[in-house]
Write a protein that binds this ligand. Structure first.
Ligand code: CP3
Length: 343
């Protein structure tokens, strides 16, 4: 029996698309909040392999999603490269800032990341043993541009201005950083695959802020390099690219990057995706995560609309971005029942 997610990634269209959700292990679930409290804080949870595996399994037990995504964070890689990282409750991540050549030289090399990241690989190992046999295990990393925006600014920024400024003022330093992140990401993802990850997803959450040539240089090219390196070593491992908010530049992205699937946010309609992107292969998306908060008939209507619009090609159902802490867990079940045509 081939798993539903792997069928979709191989280009097969299915009457009922496979389903998972970004941030499916998260604060909207009481059992997640309980395990997180047990671990102490978010980062301790990420580095506690047993508990990280436990929170990864929670949404699988509750909902029976077709895929499970490793519980970790895109900012563990910069931490393993030597950046300080902490999370401020209610605000988000904080890192030491990277502004100068000296800051860059103080970072570690890609081969030195594995000691810090060993617990993450252990989480993958535990999951590959404990997940139900029909569930696909997805490993992930942030794309170099998105990770760099956090490293340069030391936090999330609404317009990624500090990273744009550094790239324009000191392109040599910025390019060195991007290249280090490309190599570090290849190393990190290779270890996840060796530990048992069956699919890889690359999150470029801030790709949409790159304009013109910069989009190709900092979103497309790094992603293409990472995928080429992984495909050489692991030709059988499917890769999902997520250049969030790419708009028109979603068109042709998967082909150019060498990805097996393009994940798409909710700023474009499912009909647009069907017309412009799905010819290239599998697409993943794209219900607005606000429906998980508001629920009701709109949730059902939108879910059905997306399933129908993307039913003529390979499709993995997902949200357009991560589920938010204020989501109602019952709405997730309603979404799944609607897709699987229960009731
Ligand atoms: O999707 C999953 O369930 C897997 C685990 C996962 C997390 N982060 C756990 C997490 C994944 C795949 C990520 C990716 C990630 N992390 C991205 C790319 C995707 C996206 O959302 O755009 C980014 C930009 C980050 C960086 C990050 N981590 C931010 C900005 C924040 C704070 C915002 C927030 O939601 O609190 C985090 C924290 C984070 N990462 C949480 C979780 C479950 C919440 C932490 C908590 O429990 O307090």
């Amino acid at each position: 029996m081939t798993k539903k997610i792997l069928k979709a990634l191989a280009g097969e269209k299915q009457e009922v698309p496979p389903i998972w959700m970004m941030r499916q292990a998260g604060r909207y679930l009481p059992e997640y909040r309980e395990t997180r409290a047990q671990a102490g804080d978010f980062l301790s949870l990420c580095y506690n392999s047993e508990l990280a595996a436990e929170v990864t399994l929670q949404p699988i037990r509750r909902y029976g999603f077709d895929a499970s995504i490793l519980f970790a964070d895109i900012l563990l890689l910069p931490q393993a490269l030597g950046a300080d990282l902490w999370f401020v409750t209610g605000e988000g991540p904080r890192l030491s800032t990277l502004q100068t050549q000296l800051d860059f030289e103080n970072l570690r090399t890609p081969s030195e990341i594995n000691e810090t990241l060993a617990p993450v690989y252990e989480t993958v190992k535990i999951l590959s043993q404990e997940l139900p046999k029909e569930t696909t295990l997805i490993g992930f990393a942030g794309a170099p541009w998105t990770v760099a925006t956090y490293m340069v600014a030391g936090r999330g920024t609404p317009d990624q201005a500090p990273a744009h400024l550094l790239k324009d003022e000191n392109p040599e330093l910025f390019d060195n950083l991007i290249n280090l992140l490309v190599e570090g990401t290849i190393e990190y993802l290779s270890h996840q695959i060796n530990a048992g990850a069956e699919v890889i997803k690359i999150f470029d959450s801030w790709a949409g802020s790159l304009k013109g040539h910069d989009f190709d240089k900092y979103a497309l090219e790094p992603c293409k390099k990472i995928i080429a390196a992984l495909k050489t070593k692991y030709p059988e491992t499917p890769i999902i690219a997520f250049p969030r908010q790419a708009g028109d530049r979603y068109i042709g992205f998967a082909k150019k990057a060498g990805a097996d699937c393009l994940a798409i946010d909710d700023s474009v309609s499912a009909e647009w995706i069907a017309q412009n992107v799905q010819d290239d292969g599998c697409v993943q998306g794209n219900l607005a995560s606000s429906h998980m908060v508001s629920g009701g008939t709109e949730l059902i209507k939108e879910t059905k609309k997306i399933v129908k619009a993307l039913s003529n090609g390979p499709h993995i159902f997902n949200l357009g971005h991560g589920i938010t802490p204020d989501a109602d867990p019952d709405n997730v079940q309603i979404m799944i029942d609607t897709i699987r045509n229960v009731n």
